[in-house]
Design a protein around this ligand. Structure first.
Ligand SMILES: [Zn+2]
Length: 70
């Protein structure tokens, strides 16, 4: 069995807000109980919105956590 993707990309869905963050899924969910990719209200953006999309990544596309999620 291959390793699950290590990174979680969270993108805010609030109108006019384009914040996103790359989080370490392994640290965040050490027991492996990960939320499914797609829409989620599990995280809160710096703008206060909780609607976001989740996507799992194997590689880091950008600098870490540029927008201060969590
Ligand atoms: Zn936001």
């Amino acid at each position: 069995m291959s390793e699950p993707p290590r990174l979680l990309l969270v993108r805010c869905l609030a109108p006019g807000c384009f914040h996103e963050a790359v989080l370490d899924a392994k640290t965040l969910f050490p027991d492996g109980d990960r939320p499914p990719p797609g829409r989620s209200e599990r995280f809160r953006c710096v703008c206060g919105a909780k609607r976001a999309t989740l996507e799992y990544l194997r590689r880091r596309p950008r600098p870490p956590n540029p927008c201060g999620w969590i």
